[in-house]
Design a protein around this ligand. Structure first.
Ligand code: HEC
Ligand code: HEC
Length: 390
């Protein structure tokens, strides 16, 4: 008899616990400040999906058999920094892709021998990408690296000069990696191999841990961690994975799906067709994934090309989703460098929502505070953001 009342009060206690648990679950992010640090199971899973701890080792690069050869990477690294590979002896890859600036530069348009038509892209985490350039006109990393060498406004040289420069300055390491003297090989083969060495180096550029990653890690043991992100940053993160839907495109540990979208960036002159014209260039090159100099097995590799959606009209005016890691440290933004601050990027997302320019973004419901909070959150994705500002 004595056990009964005890039992029923226990049952009531359990019921109450279950009830309050349900209240928390059904009201995960209604905005009450008291709930700020309470994450739902879904939010927790999305946060983990963005964490660097989820970044797998880089996938293989079947079209470049030297991709993971350390000697090829060392050769590529030397050429990456060598300004003799340019028409005026002053431009190297590192001129535009500056290590001290997140491997991009602070200009609206890349500046080499002349002015490029788009902004220099940050090149961290390239090993995880399938398409390269803002319009994805290169289908493999080594094929991409050959573009700037022969581009008259970037390095401004040609493949014959590349062969001469390799022979003059890198004859021995070249022979070591490619098991043949660059004099014995056709100029196109030396050119392709130079690209493969450059790609082997670029593949080694990987993101650094940020305050966001520390937070994601801490959440695994304490789902209410409060010491690493400020309140504004926490609200921004909740918006990013929820109401603001940023995660639809900026997803995975690199904060990009690697795909092409209309995001409503205003033109700063002639409209840029973006992905719309890239398919033609893809077909035209013999340095592509299925080209003459590729190491890929045409039967087994290259699904990204085989199953490519080539609907040109659909892709006019779309650009590759950039990574957001480190973004707060390296303005300007977008393919044409048209915005000088993150606040401008975010304001534009809200302003263009629903317009035909930006049929894929719907951020019209974001308040001013939401935009500030999102900007605060983006700041946690920079590796030098390790001070806690609470
Ligand atoms: C004059 C400045 C400049 C130089 C020099 C330069 N780049 Fe770039 N890089 C850019 C610009 C601008 C883009 C975007 C171009 C576009 O989309 O049309 C880009 C894009 C890239 C990308 C694509 C990134 C992505 O996410 O798709 C990679 C990789 C890259 N460059 C590597 C290199 C390498 C390797 C070199 C040296 C061989 C080099 N770049 C030289 C300005 C430069
Ligand atoms: C439909 C896909 C999509 C969605 C949703 C989206 N983005 Fe983007 N984002 C892009 C694309 C594509 C670009 C590049 C556009 C360009 O170059 O013109 C971009 C660029 C950016 C940039 C500039 C980065 C740089 O290096 O230039 C920032 C910052 C950014 N987005 C943040 C956000 C935030 C925050 C949200 C949520 C409010 C969001 N994005 C939602 C696709 C998207």
């Amino acid at each position: 008899m004595k056990a009964e009342p005890l039992g029923s009060s226990k049952a009531i206690g359990l019921l109450l616990t279950a009830f309050s648990f349900c209240v928390v679950l059904s009201n995960p992010s209604k905005g009450a400040e008291a709930d700020l640090f309470d994450w739902s199971a879904r939010e927790l899973a999305l946060i983990q999906s963005l964490s660097l701890s989820q970044l797998l080792p880089p996938p293989s690069s079947p079209s470049n058999k030297y991709a993971d050869d350390p000697e090829a990477a060392a050769l590529g690294r030397a050429i990456f920094h060598d300004s003799r590979f340019s028409a005026n002896g002053e431009v190297s890859c590192a001129t535009c892709h500056r290590q001290d600036y997140g491997f991009t530069d602070d200009l609206p348009k890349g500046l080499g021998i002349g002015l490029a038509s788009r902004r220099t892209m940050p090149i961290v985490g390239m090993a995880y990408q399938k398409w390269f350039f803002w319009d994805g006109r290169a289908d493999s990393l080594w094929s991409q690296t050959l573009g700037p060498l022969e581009n008259p406004v970037e390095h401004g040289i040609d493949r014959h000069q590349v062969q001469q420069l390799v022979l003059a300055h890198y004859s021995q390491p070249y022979q070591q990696v490619f098991e043949d003297d660059a004099t014995n090989q056709p100029v196109d083969q030396v050119f392709a191999n130079t690209g493969k060495a450059l790609a082997a180096h670029v593949r080694t550029l990987l993101p650094e841990k940020t305050r966001f990653d520390l937070y994601a890690h801490a959440l695994q043991s304490d789902s209410k961690e409060t010491g690493i992100l400020t309140e504004a940053e926490t609200r921004g993160l909740r918006l990013f994975v929820g109401k603001a839907k940023c995660i639809n495109c900026h997803n995975g540990p690199m904060f990009t799906n690697g795909e092409f979208h209309h995001s409503g960036t205003p033109d700063d002159g002639e409209p840029d067709p973006g992905r719309g014209t890239a398919f033609l260039e893809l077909e035209a090159t013999e340095f592509g994934f299925f080209g003459k100099w590729s190491d890929a097995d045409p039967e087994a590799d290259g699904d990204h090309i085989r199953f490519l959606d080539r609907d040109t009209r659909k892709y006019v005016g779309t650009f590759k989703t950039p990574t957001l890691r480190g973004a707060s440290d390296r303005p300007p933004y977008m393919h044409n460098g048209t915005f000088t601050s993150l606040a401008q990027v975010l304001n534009n997302y809200r302003a263009v929502s629903g317009s035909t320019l930006a049929d894929e973004v719907s951020h019209g419901d974001l308040t001013d505070r939401d935009l500030n909070d999102l900007e605060a959150f983006l700041g946690t994705l920079s590796s030098n953001s390790n001070d806690v500002h609470n």
